[in-house]
Write a protein that binds this ligand. Structure first.
Ligand SMILES: [Zn+2]
Length: 108
């Protein structure tokens, strides 16, 4: 009886070795990559927005435009390195990634 169990176990193990694994769906992988890139980019845009709004609110004479002192490294998409398109007024900030990762709009 013990040999029968061992033989059955051996057959079960061998059958597991011959199963083909399904390759991951490339479209799904691309979706996941894009989602991760977009999240990374949006995090950078939020950091940039925070600095812009902080500088704008601290400056009582702020008349719009990019406040001085914003690091150049924050003005670019961390994935594509493309420069963000920014529109900053006295009450509104809009940051857009031209790589398609999204737009951040903030009213203050
Ligand atoms: Zn981006």
């Amino acid at each position: 009886m013990r040999y029968v169990v061992c033989f059955a176990l051996l057959l079960w193990l061998l059958s597991g070795c011959t199963k083909e694994t399904t390759p991951p769906d490339e479209n799904r992988l691309q979706e996941i990559r894009f989602m991760l890139d977009s999240t990374k980019c949006m995090n950078r845009m939020e950091d940039l927005d925070f600095l812009i709004v902080d500088a704008a609110l601290a400056d009582t004479a702020f008349a719009g435009g990019m406040p001085p002192g914003i690091p150049d490294s924050l003005m670019r998409c961390p994935v594509s390195q493309a420069a963000y398109v920014c529109s900053v007024t006295t009450t509104f900030c809009r940051i857009e990634c031209l790589s398609g990762h999204g737009v951040l709009e903030d009213e203050y």
